[in-house]
Structure formats: C-alpha cells, structure tokens
Design a protein. Structure first.
Ligand code: ADP
Ligand code: MG
Length: 703
C-alpha cells in the first residue's frame, strides 16, 4: 500500500488563502484586502507592498523561485511569463529576493503576439495584467520548480479587455447589482452581493503516450483525423460508471492530490460513456474561481497523464463514432449570506421570488439563445452540437414535469393552484404551489436543464474555457432582472404587477421550454415551427456576438464595448480558420507521407503474390480481387487528396475574416471528410502490419 493521504491536511496547502493571509498579514492590511475582495475597494500601494512581501516570503518557504501573472488571453489557453524574485546584485555580489506591491498588482507582458482582433495596433503593444484578488494566488510545483501564480486580468493600454477574465468579472458585477435589486423587492435588506456559482464537470480521454506519439493527427490537432471504427464501440455501455482500471486509478489519485494542494475541490470521478473516457467534477465555486480552477484542472490532467505514460485528450471529438467530450456548466446565483436564488424555497415569498427568477431566466435564454449557442462554439464542438450526438444545436430549456405544470397553470388560468405531487400553498400573493424537489426525472438530452436548484448548461466544449458561457449567462440574466425590476419598482400594485409579469414572461417565452427528447429528429422540426434558431456551426454562430441586441445589452451592462465584441468575432473567425487549416494540412501530410506510401507498398506485395500464386498454378482470384479493390480506393484517396490540397491553398490565400472562415467550414471541411472516407475503408482491408499507425481499437481499448 502507498502511504496514507490526509486530504484535510494537504487541501489548499499551496494556496495563499484566507487562513494564510489572516496569519501572516498585519490586521489592518488584512482588513483592507478583505474590503477589496468583498466590496471592490481600491488597494493602496502601501498595502499592496506589505501583501506582496508576505506573499513572497510564504512562496519562498514553499520553494518558489519565480512568480508569474497567470492570465487568460483569447488563445483559449492560459499564459504566463515568469520572473524570478532576485533583485540586482549588491556590492558584495549577492542578491536579495524581492517582490513589490507594484509587481503584485500590475504586470506588463509584451502583448503584441496575443490575439487582439485589431483592438491594439502592433506598435502599441502594451498590455497590462492586473491582479484579480478575488481568486487566490497559489504555488505550482512542476519541472520548472515552484512558481507563485497570481491570477490576473489582461487589458490593453486603453483599458479594452484582451482576455476572458475581464468581461467575466464585469458580468459578475452586473448580475450581482441586478439580483440585489430583485431580492430587495421581496424584502431582502441584508444581502450585500450576489455571486454566480459555477460547477463545471470536465470530460476527457486518456490514451497511451507511445501510441499517441505515432499519430500526427493527435500530435498536431488533438483529435484523430482518420480511423476506422473498431469492432466494439460503446454500445454495451460497459465503460460508463464501470470499475476504474488500476492504471487510470493511479492517475486519478495523483490528479486529485495535486488539485487539492492548490485548493481545487476535486470531488467526483468516474468512467464516461466512451471507452477511455472519464470525468472529473469539482464542488462549485464563485464563477471566476471556477474558471481559474477549471484551467488548473485541464492543465493538471495533461501534466499528470504525461507522468503516467499517457496523454490526456481534451478535444471535443477525439474519435469519430464514439461519444465526444463536453463540460457541463452548472450555474446558480448565491447571495453572500448563502441563499440560492434558484432554490424553489420553502416559504411562500421565496416561492414567488423563485417563479420570477425562473421566468426571467426563460426570457433571457429565449431572447439570447443565439448568444448562448455562440458561447459554446469552438472548432471541436462543431462535431458534437447538432452533429451525430447531443446536445442538439438548438437551445431549449428543460424544466421537468412539475415546473412545467406550474407554468402551464399560470399561462392558462393566470393562477397556479396546485403542484404535481405537492400540496396547495398560500403565497400571500396569489395561490401558487409549493415546489417539492425531485418530483421529476432527469433529462440528459437538454442543452439547458433545471436540476433542482441550478441550471446545467450542457453545450460547452471540453477544451473550451467556461468563461465565455458564464459571461453570457450572467449578462443575459442581469438584463432580464433589470427589466423586471424597472417594471416592479414603479408598480402601484406590486402584487398584481408581479403576478402579471410572471404570467407574461411565462406565456411569451414558453416556446423555449422543451421536456422531450432533444436528440430526436422530430424536435428539429418542432423547433422550426416554434421559431427557435438552429445554428449548426461555429462560423454561423459568431455573428450573434455583434447583433444590435447583443451590442446594446453588453454595452448597457458594461461587459463589452462594441469594439471589443467586434474584435472577439474577428479573433474567433481567425481561430477557426487556423484550426481547420492545421487539420487539413495534417491530413494532407498523413495521406501523402504515410497512408499512400504504405498502401502502395502493400499493393506491390499483393501484386507479387498474385504472380507467385499464379506461377505455382493456383487460383489467385481472391488476391487479385483485393488488389483491385485496394487500388481503386487508393485512386480515390489520391483524387481526394489533390482536391483537399487545392481547396486548402485557396483558403489560405484568402484574407482573414468571416469569408475565409466560412470557406474553411463549407468547402475545406467536406473535402477533409472526402479524403477520410477512402482511407478509413482501406484501413479495414489492408494488413494491420502494413498500416502505419495505431488504430482506434489500439488507442481506446488498450490504455
Ligand atoms: P450530476 O449533474 O452529474 O448529477 P451534480 O448535480 O451532483 O452532478 O453536480 C454537478 C456539478 O454541479 C458539481 O460540480 C456540483 O458542485 C455543481 N453544483 C451543485 N449545486 C450547484 C449550485 N447550486 N450551483 C452551481 N453548481 C452546483
Ligand atoms: Mg451533470
């Protein structure tokens, strides 16, 4: 047995958390910092100096030699630049270790190489990272030694957001302010802040590192671009929640330990639907902390996998034909005194407040379905959403039978007098039902499902940052709350106005509610009848960012300016085009240098065999037939390859932007599929010994 692990002891040991701050910081400094964290008060430089000094001393005790401002540019991954703590040598040739308040609060990485979508001219490359003191600093241990990581936001010289974090923090402020307005209407005078709580469930695949290294597609793109289905897939459902194999269990143990040390509440782990697929979920946290922690989870999964001789695939669709990976984004709103606005509650006033919150969210999701869809778009997710697997690309909300019934009563009679499996209850406003939890089953096919006291947004891609989806969720809900408060704060008869508003929202936005099977073809037709958008791909989703209604909303709540939105749209088109260009070129490379040569060699062997068998006076019909079939597919391969090369060159020569991205999507991607088809057929009939790389079976069943 390995040594025993004391989770309580190691949890958070590498985090500069509240406990450490309380112990180490002078009382006054600690108080000032808490004020900044809790109320957004500005931090003075003298206070920052003291904090920086203590943080450095603490980090050095943990072995840290460097610090870094850890930020989230629009590349989709995190970025960091390391500086050591050493200062200029003294006269005696020695150095001191120093870290100032200025260095803590503000960094200035050369920003010229990060995507800015035209927001920042290259000659004006200044970008600033600013400490997000609401997400704690931590020390990371890896091959580089120990590094003090300071979570930061990243802005341009003129204050435009160049990252995922800044708009997230802005959206959190927006939803907090509007939520407070709303709960004040129901008599809450004590809560000071409302924070979105987020719990992302991370799916991933593990494959053997040695096999991974034999596949150029996995190396360059993170997914397989060729590969025939093995005889067995996921049809037996024997992997889902199955016993975790020892090699994987050992990996999970190390992942948990590393995550716990940096304060990530790794909680649930299990095998997922596809062979070699797994999931890890933390306990939910404040949205910005959850975003940081999710990045840590993804990085830790990758790092630890390498140590275990494996590779962790975070791509949304590493293997065609089996389940892809997503990230369920569980979301709710919690007051600083612990009340969840999405909890149906036990008392009448909470109940009616809940119905208002719920119908506001229905309204928000219905009016901004396109934005939510866009927030989950990335090149990998195009293979999931609206493709062969769920969730569909159509946004709908699952409420469950009980809530749906309540809404139906509200809409048809103007009052809800009973709830399924629940008793009648006086609300003091109108007769509204109490809402018992778990009165309904779960629905796994809905992209946006109410699950007891939270919404679960299931579209997000496994590799994507969850910042974007939460920015949209926070802002659209802030807008709906604001509109409701505008009405209710001025109402002469509050009870009547409230009742009318809930009824109106429920009626007007009922079309977004769908409790049926989201995977069924009938739903696609039904959604068309309801007028719900069905946005099938990333390039078709991006325009949602810059519609008039999106610009008006994001500007109203100071989450994005129009220029920031336009720049984000530009960056997304560019990122998409680049991703597909790399995939296409990888396919060209593999087909030209690996598959075609291997098949040519094999046909020569077959041809020699045909001659030899005939010379021996035997029947070579089978060999000859196989030779003809393979030669035919080889010709198809060559033709498809030529076509893909032509289209890829054409695409690459275009100017960056929407047209180019659309060309990649509508012309290059089909050409990629056309090349894949004959190669996958060849894989099924060519001698396995002659095939130049590990098969799907080797990759997902032999980890
Ligand atoms: P599942 O959906 O797989 O059954 P759970 O519902 O237990 O799993 O939780 C999934 C994730 O949702 C976890 O990360 C959990 O911490 C998070 N979660 C639970 N309650 C809330 C909440 N009120 N707000 C946000 N996230 C939550
Ligand atoms: Mg879930």
């Amino acid at each position: 047995m390995s040594e025993l692990l004391n989770v309580a002891e190691i949890f958070g040991e590498d985090v500069f958390n509240d406990k450490v701050m309380q112990e180490r910081l002078p009382k006054k400094v600690y108080k000032d910092l808490k004020k900044t964290i809790e109320e957004g008060k500005e931090l003075s430089l003298t206070t920052a100096d003291v904090i920086a000094h203590e943080m450095k001393e603490w980090a050095i005790e943990k072995g840290a030699t460097h610090y870094t401002h850890w930020f989230q540019p629009l590349t989709g991954v995190t970025a960091e630049k390391h500086d050591s703590f050493i200062s200029a040598p003294m006269e005696n040739g020695k150095v001191l270790m120093s870290f100032s308040g200025k260095e803590l609060i503000k960094g200035e990485p050369d920003a010229s190489s990060f995507p800015s979508g035209g927001l920042r001219a290259t000659f004006e490359a200044r970008g600033y990272t600013a400490w997000d003191c609401t997400s704690p600093a931590f020390v990371r241990h890896d091959a580089a030694g120990a590094t003090l990581c300071i979570p930061t936001a990243f802005c341009s010289y003129t204050g435009e957001a160049l990252d995922q974090k800044t708009p997230l923090l802005r959206s959190m402020e927006a939803v907090s302010a509007q939520s407070l307005r709303l709960i004040r209407l129901f008599g809450n005078t004590t809560s000071k802040k409302v924070t979105p709580s987020v719990g992302p469930e991370q799916e991933y695949f593990l494959v053997d590192a040695a096999k991974f290294m034999q596949r150029k597609d996995l190396i360059y793109t993170g997914r397989t671009l060729f590969g025939a289905m093995p005889p067995k897939g996921q049809e037996l459902d024997d992997h889902y929640f199955g016993t975790i194999r020892q090699r994987i269990a050992g990996f999970m143990k190390d992942v948990n330990e590393e995550l716990w040390k940096v304060g990530v509440t790794a909680k649930t782990q299990h095998n997922e639907v596809a062979p070699a697929q797994h999931e890890l979920a933390p306990i939910y946290a404040e949205a910005n902390v959850a975003v940081d922690h999710n990045h840590l989870v993804m990085q830790t999964l990758k790092r630890v996998a390498c140590r275990h001789g494996m590779k962790c695939l975070l791509h949304e669709k590493p293997f065609a034909g089996v389940n892809g990976s997503g990230k369920h984004n569980n979301w709710s709103l919690t007051t600083d005194d612990g009340k969840n606005l999405l909890d149906p509650g036990k008392t009448p006033h909470e109940n009616i407040q809940f119905l208002l919150v719920l119908t506001c969210i229905l309204k928000a999701v219905d009016e901004h379905a396109d934005l939510l869809r866009e927030s989950a778009a990335d090149p990998g997710n195009d293979h999931r959403l609206g493709a062969n697997e769920a969730p569909p690309a159509i946004i709908s909300v699952f409420l469950g039978e009980q809530l749906e019934d309540v809404l139906e009563q509200l809409i048809s009679t103007g009052e809800a007098t009973h709830s399924l499996k629940g008793g009648k209850l006086e609300t003091g406003v109108r007769t509204l039902p109490d809402l018992a939890k778990d009165a309904t089953d779960r629905n796994r096919t809905s992209p946006f499902a109410f699950t007891g006291n939270k919404f679960e947004f299931r579209m997000v891609g496994s590799r994507d940052s969850i910042a974007g989806p939460n920015v949209v969720l926070n802002t659209i809900v802030a807008e709906a709350f604001a509109e409701a408060c505008d009405v209710l704060e001025n109402a002469e008869d509050f009870d009547k106005a409230l009742h009318d508003l809930i009824k109106r929202y429920a009626t007007e936005h009922y079309r977004i509610v769908f409790n049926g099977n989201g995977y069924a073809d009938e739903w696609v037709e039904e959604a068309v009848r309801r007028g719900l958008p069905n946005i099938r791909s990333m390039v078709e989703a991006i325009p949602a960012l810059t519609t008039d209604k999106a610009v008006a909303m994001f500007e109203k709540f100071k989450v994005f300016t129009k220029a920031e939105l336009q720049s984000r749209a530009e960056i997304k088109y560019e990122n998409y085009a680049k991703a597909i260009n790399i995939e296409a070129r990888t396919m060209i490379d593999m087909a030209s240098k690996q598959f075609i040569p291997a098949v040519i060699k094999y046909t020569k062997e077959l041809a020699d065999t045909v001659l030899a068998v005939k010379a021996a006076g035997a029947d070579a019909a089978v060999q000859a037939e196989l030779l003809a079939e393979i030669s035919g597919l080889l010709a198809d391969t060559k033709q498809a390859l030529t076509q893909l090369m032509k289209l890829t060159d054409e695409a690459a020569a275009m100017n960056e932007g929407e047209d180019q991205a659309r060309f990649y999507h509508f012309d290059v991607v089909p050409a990629m599929e056309a090349l894949r088809a004959p190669v996958d057929k060849l894989e099924m009939i060519v001698d396995k010994e002659a095939w130049p790389m590990p098969s799907y079976g080797d990759l997902i069943f032999e980890v």
